[in-house]
Design a protein around this ligand. Structure first.
Ligand code: UD2
Length: 432
């Protein structure tokens, strides 16, 4: 058994030079208990041991994580993924990864000294080009995953990569207060500006409303408060389980430089991967599908004669074009639109913008003062199960004259929240 100071020393060593500590950790992890498997034999494991094993697991993961994420990215959303064979084990694997990252993030934030260099990120800027507000509520399940800390660690890393000129100001909007403290948000207080309601406002908000209405009111509060405090030129609102990808700010900057951004109510930066197929009907997606088929078929029919000179005398007809169009469409769907979209990550300019899709709001960009309009629109609606804030917002943008909304693809964030703070969670969450 290892004492916590040994573990801490090991952890710090690992940070500064990975090799020696990796060896020490790998030898230990083989015997460490797995905190995610609640088998009867493990019921007796003490809390300290659980914590220890998680810390050790964190250190073990870099190779495993990459491997698993690669497999997951390769298979999960494909038609060839055999759910009955792989879903359970893959879901467990991803939960382990996330738990490891959560514990890593916890140690990261616990270990940072509140030095001048770090706290300089707590800026007194007004009217920044971009404000990122992270909305966070206390979770009752999956607290060990520390989603908020993971997100903030990632944001911190990306912001450091921006160089001298900061890409964005960051606010954490903690919608809890009083006795129900959000410990993760508290831990971030020395490093980021954390905003909360006053206890009086909080009482009023929690008064007898359903979870979805409460979630909406919290969102409205965060939108307005961010605007009041900094008057930013643009706002992004991230939910606390929306992990930004490394090119996040580059793509956002490019989006904001495009003309359409001046006339949109919001730009969705995430849509669930499982809903990205051509077979999930969205009008623009059908157009994209047919267009892809036509371009592929035309290119093939033009190239074929050069490839095989005998075909120069062959007469090409509309039915050939139709056949190959269908052929390319079916091939694209069988390959998986989700995977084809990945090619767009080559450059921010290649990210596609289309009319907004309905589901989910984990990452939303509100250009200009659109956040204020959104806050007003949401304020005038009432949310309940089946009519959560994402549905309401979609309907508003569709039905209000003069308002438009957009989605960007591929996703700019990864949704890491296996446990919902709004809905009832299954005992063991699944990836699909
Ligand atoms: C990935 C995904 O599909 N997420 C969607 C899903 O959220 P989920 O069911 O995944 O819930 P979640 O736990 O991610 O919570 C969504 C957000 O609401 C915040 N929160 C939660 C409880 C509360 O009382 N107050 C509060 O502000 C929480 O901190 C988080 O930022 O459904 C929501 C609507 O219901 C939104 O459409 C989310 O985008």
């Amino acid at each position: 058994m290892y004492s916590s100071s040994e573990v801490r020393q090991c952890h710090l060593l690992f940070r500064s030079s990975s090799a020696p500590c990796c060896a020490c950790i790998i030898s230990v992890t083989r015997t460490a208990a797995d905190p995610l498997l609640h088998t009867p034999e493990q019921e007796g494991i003490t809390k300290t041991r659980l914590r220890l094993s998680t810390v050790l697991f964190v250190q073990k993961t870099p190779d495993l994580t990459t491997g698993l994420t690669f497999q997951k990215a390769l298979l999960l959303y494909s038609y060839y993924f055999i759910k009955s064979m792989y879903l359970d084990s893959m879901s467990e694997g991803v939960l382990h990864e996330s738990l490891a990252r959560g514990q890593d993030a916890l140690h990261f934030w616990q270990g940072i000294p509140t030095s001048a260099e770090v706290s300089s990120r707590f800026n007194d800027v007004t009217q920044p080009e971009l404000l990122v507000t992270v909305v966070t509520a206390r979770r009752y399940e999956g607290t060990d995953f520390h989603y908020l800390l993971q997100v903030m660690q990632q944001l911190d890393g990306i912001l450091r990569g921006c160089g001298e000129r900061r890409c964005a100001e960051v606010l954490v909007c903690d919608v809890e207060s009083g006795p129900l403290e959000n410990q993760d948000a508290k831990l971030l207080e020395p490093y980021f500006r954390v905003i909360r309601r006053s206890p009086r406002e909080q009482l009023g908000n929690r008064d007898q409303v359903n979870t979805f209405e409460r979630e909406k009111r919290d969102y409205v509060f965060c939108l307005r408060k961010g605007w009041e405090l900094l008057k930013p030129k643009n706002i992004i609102v991230l939910e606390d389980d929306a992990l930004p990808r490394l090119d996040f700010f580059k793509v956002v900057k490019d989006l904001l430089s495009r003309r359409f951004a001046l006339h949109t109510l919001y730009i969705k930066l995430y849509h669930p991967e499982r809903l990205q197929r051509y077979w999930n009907p969205e009008p623009y997606r059908i157009l994209e599908w047919v267009g892809l088929g036509l371009v592929g078929a035309t290119a093939l029919l033009l190239i074929l004669p050069y490839w095989n000179p005998c075909l120069f005398s062959f007469k090409l007809s509309t039915s050939h074009l139709l056949f190959f169009t269908l052929y390319f469409m079916v091939t694209a769907e069988l390959l998986g639109r989700h995977y084809l979209l990945e090619v767009r990550r080559l450059s921010p300019q290649l990210y596609a913008v289309s009319p907004a899709t309905e589901c989910c709001t984990p990452a939303m960009l509100f250009p200009g003062n659109a956040s204020l309009r959104v806050a007003d629109y949401l304020d005038s609606s009432f949310c309940y199960k089946g009519n959560a804030k994402d549905i309401v917002l979609y309907q508003i943008a569709r039905t209000t004259p003069g308002e438009r909304s957009h989605s960007v693809e591929p996703n700019l964030i990864t949704h890491i929240g296996a446990y919902s703070s709004v809905r009832v969670n299954p005992a063991r969450p699944k990836l699909l």
